[in-house]
Design a protein around this ligand. Structure first.
Ligand code: MIC
Ligand code: SF4
Length: 643
């Protein structure tokens, strides 16, 4: 039986476990990346584990998220990351160099290698045939120290692409179509492997748009073959030597197969407040809009920007629309300036932002009250834009540009012939904003700068023999990490300050939660399906830990979040019978006898609820390694006890 691309890469990097779907495997990690909003924690953990020098082939620390410096906090964090990176062997991508995933694709991604990043959109690298996975900062720190990264051996889902895209239909529409077919839980436990004749019609940046938003399917990763288009991209980046061909064996077996006919696709939009709430743009045409934002790690490549510039050229955006454009990297920005496209954008009235995450993570550009905002981004979760009652639609750059001009939702296929954008055979290369680490000997003498915003990381405790506590919060299905630990310009500066950050925990759902949790001395949270989907932010586990949360019970969990919970000693349990969800109410007393014992070796516990002592079975789905981490009170304690 032949191998899929995913299996080939896993086989080459397997350090332990069996390649059997569903069992835990450990992988050797070739490259890591961090960004600033999760990076401070990752490096604090690297220091706590006393890792002097990273052991990966390449590790890069990017500054791209917290770039709105309205106080000292973000600047202090940037400086901490810069100095800690220099000392420990990590390259440092300075603010202004661009969004981590875009820059990594351009300058560092290598087909066939493994990459983990403290950011859920790390699978962007799948566009170049790399197995990129999002992970919590602690797991990234462990990988930097040469440790394995543990995942559940994924299923492999094939998405067969047929035909070629027509005018004004983009890569964004491909992934929106996949999201429409599979939904935000459709990729859980799987890697999506793209195949078929349509693949060769897509460039690497287009492929990266598709793999980027695989995160929104809940997938472990997404990947494209490495072929002549990959070679051409690498060559244009002056890195042809990094090219290797990658294709599945002819007799590779997939767990499921979906098909997307590129030639039949029409422009699509993900409607509020979920990336899988997909409708044809034609059905929304004419709806008045207030704001358009173009950029983010999903759609900020040179080709995307040149297309937008060509559509805006000689036009003025509608008077009722505010348009922001953030190019994905310094390379893209520079090339837009060099060819004059930037001038066309400016002339049309676009508000040009720096090359960073910006509005995507709520760093400015929040829409007006009840505003309708069209964004080329990847997430439209409730309140993520910073305006809770805004309606955010996710669209392609083509739809975004057409609508910005018209002032209403516009299907660009009604505009006639699309502009033809010609991509350069050579990108402008200037890596002067990537700082190299110090040589090992010199590094020893270097200090690390820590601003007053950087507070110690809360530590987990070993579980009690009997868990006796209360249900302090009950939430529904598809709770995102943006609900658990909101981001945005006002909150992100406290990513290194867990006590302060805790004041915002779950406030999107329940503004009294932090106070109640502290008053109750912690407790248990109950969630529905896919609890913790979205970002890799380990703050969504660290902060509940700080507030005293001991366990989370849910119908099911999202992959990265459940790993983060375990890393910080919070016990994830699932309802054996999903119908039992209705039998537990907020405020109920909860008791689990033999709690620690079950973590040691059991697969099931009995939850005793309320005064009536209703008994409900819960499942513990844990590997031996995860059991040991939980018993140690989290991965940091575990790592210490191992060394
Ligand atoms: C996001 O898109 O939500 C983020 C911000 O990039 C996160 C990381 C974070 O919370 O810092 C992600 O996707 O992992
Ligand atoms: Fe940044 Fe947005 Fe991409 Fe997250 S999704 S890495 S915030 S651009």
């Amino acid at each position: 039986m032949g191998y899929t691309i995913v299996e080939k890469i896993i086989k080459n990097h397997l350090v332990c476990g069996e390649m059997k779907a569903g069992s835990e495997i450990g992988l050797r990690i070739d490259q890591t990346l961090t960004q600033d909003a999760t990076g401070t924690m990752a490096y604090l953990q690297l220091e706590a584990m006393e890792i002097e020098r990273v052991k990966t082939e390449l590790s890069v620390a990017y500054i791209d998220h917290n770039t709105l410096q309205s106080g000292f906090e973000n600047a202090d964090d940037h400086r901490y990351i810069q100095t800690v990176a220099k000392k420990h062997g990590v390259r440092f991508s300075r603010p202004g160099n661009g969004i981590c995933h875009q820059v990594h694709l351009e300058r560092f991604g290598i087909p066939g290698k493994t990459l983990i990043g403290s950011d859920s959109h790390t699978p962007t690298a799948g566009g170049i045939g790399m197995l990129g996975m999002g992970a919590g900062g602690l797991d990234v720190a462990v990988a930097m120290g040469g440790g394995a990264y543990y995942i559940t051996m994924p299923k492999v889902i094939k998405v067969e692409l047929l035909g070629a895209l027509s005018d004004y239909v983009g890569a964004k529409d491909v992934i929106l179509e996949v999201l429409r077919q599979l939904g935000v839980k459709g990729g859980v436990g799987a890697v999506i492997e793209y195949a078929g004749e349509g693949v060769k019609t897509l460039s690497v940046p287009q492929r990266a748009t598709i793999t980027n938003m695989g995160a929104e399917l809940g997938a472990t990763s997404s990947i494209f073959p490495s072929d002549e288009a990959t070679r051409a991209f690498l060559k244009a980046q002056g890195r042809e030597d990094a090219y290797v061909a990658l294709a599945p064996d002819a007799d590779a077996v997939y767990d499921a197969i979906y098909t997307v006919d590129l030639s039949a696709l029409k422009p699509l939009a993900a409607c509020p407040h979920s990336p899988d709430n997909v409708k044809p743009v034609s059905s929304l045409a004419g709806m008045k809009i207030d704001q358009v934002c173009i950029g983010s790690c999903t759609n900020s490549s040179l080709a995307d920007m040149l297309t937008v510039a060509a559509m805006l050229k000689g036009k003025t955006i509608h008077p009722d629309v505010s348009l922001s454009i953030s190019p994905g990297s310094k390379q893209v920005y520079t090339m837009l300036a060099e060819c004059g496209a930037l001038a066309d954008m400016i002339a049309a009235g676009a508000r040009i932002l720096e090359c960073a995450c910006g509005p995507c993570i709520g760093m400015g550009f929040s829409p007006k009250s009840k505003g309708v905002s069209l964004r080329t981004f990847n997430r439209n979760f409730l309140a993520r834009s910073g305006t809770a009652d805004a309606s955010v639609y996710l669209v392609s750059p083509e739809v975004a540009a057409a609508s910005a001009i018209a002032g209403v939702f516009t299907d660009p296929t009604t505009l006639g012939v699309a502009p033809r954008v010609k991509l350069p055979t050579k990108f402008t290369i200037n890596d002067n904003l990537i700082e190299l680490p110090a040589e090992p000997e010199a590094a020893k003498a270097l200090g690390v700068e820590r601003g007053p915003n950087i507070k110690p990381i809360p530590k987990g405790k070993a579980p009690d023999e009997t868990l006796s506590t209360k249900l302090i919060l009950k939430v529904g299905d598809n709770i995102t990490t943006d609900h658990i630990m909101p981001a945005g310009a006002k909150i992100l500066p406290y990513r290194s300050n867990v006590p302060k950050l805790s004041e915002f925990c779950f406030t999107v759902c329940d503004k009294d939660f932090p106070e109640r949790a502290l008053k109750e001395g912690g407790g248990v949270i109950l969630g529905g399906q896919n609890y913790g989907q979205g970002s890799s932010r380990e703050h969504a586990a660290l902060v509940p830990l700080y507030l005293g949360v001991k366990a989370v019970i849910a119908k099911s969990f999202a992959r990265i979040h459940v790993a983060n919970l375990i890393n910080f000693g919070i016990v994830p349990m699932t309802l054996k019978d999903e119908g039992d969800y209705d039998k537990i109410s907020e405020g109920d007393s909860l008791r689990i006898e033999g709690f620690a014992e079950a973590i040691r070796s059991g697969d099931e516990v009995t939850l005793v609820v309320g005064e009536n002592e209703t008994r409900l079975p819960l499942k513990l789905t844990l590997s031996q390694r995860q059991r040991e981490i939980l018993l140690a009170g989290g991965a940091l304690n575990y790592a210490k006890s191992e060394s």
